[in-house]
Design a protein around this ligand. Sequence first.
Ligand code: FES
Ligand code: FE2
Length: 366
Amino acid sequence: MGLISAPRNCWYVVGTSEEFPTGELTGHVVCNRPIVMWRAKEGDVLAYDDRCAHKRFPLSKGRLMEDGTLECAYHGMRYDVTGKCVLIPSHPTGPISPQAKLKPFPVIEQDGLVWIWPGDIAQAETRKPPRTPEITDPDWTTVVGEAMDTPANYMLLIENLLDITHFYPLHDGNIGDVANSRIPIELDEGEVDGNRYVKTIRKVQNYEQPPYLVDWFHYETVDREHTHCMQSPGMTRVVMRNAPPGELGGGLAKGSVERGYVLLHSHTPINDRRHIWRWYMSTPVDHMSAGDPSMPAAERAATMFPNVVEEDKFALDQQQAMFDYPEEDYQEVFLKPDKGLRRARQIVQEMLREEQAGRQQAQAAE
Ligand code: FES
Ligand SMILES: [Fe+2]
């Protein structure tokens, strides 16, 4: 099986709320769709096809005018906040074709993130973006990593996240070791807000924590629960809870004995071979790290975690390059711990089949 395309009927992160200040144009590509975005004076983030209706010039290279219209930098056609062309400089008094308008994309701003729906507008209400409350909750410290343009299919990242048997050897000596790779997996599946999720759960007792985790979360020997959940093809949520043996169970929160993180990863496909990967590390606000007691655990982790991410990026890059060879008689082997990522693939493929069936139905109805 070759690369898996990304479903378009899904919400994907395009940035944090702060990355959309009023009046600044940005260009994005999500699932092969070029998109121009900006925050209008009224406060809403807007998204339209980035191709000018006249001759495709990217509108994200244009400018926003005092009156809130968007001017194309090529021949100066201006569009209002509804995406309709309202001025053509070369014939200012002439009629404007009703076709001179931009295709809109639904946008949701929620919990400090801006999400876009690159798919069928009629389906946009059937799903909602996953909630990410820790990002804006004052009881948590959150550090948002850089947006990383990653030259690999987005599904390779989801699979990497659901599979921590790669902690040995890829992350051996920082966040992983071989004992970690041998922790058995439980699987949970379900649906939240129209998104089918798959979650791997790894529980272990009396586990000797690898060095980075002792640095961030203090305890050397722990009972631990580590979960990885593909909440949708756009977001994976990782939660790690550690406590001294026998003390796990109270939950991860301000003042808790449990220490650990909520670590979100957004994976926003650009095309079949590239995606934007971003992580969001949250720890309870009063949990300081052991490595630097003046630093909240999330901040300390954020200084060290990029080493781990580099190792994953290396693996994704290498894997992606191997997809350039024809499949021929090559076949992947699935190991027992791969059951989570296997389900993730199946869910995404079912979403793609549903989309295709929807398109065929729409065509038949035309
Ligand atoms: S391409 Fe935009 S006005 Fe001509
Ligand atoms: Fe990894």
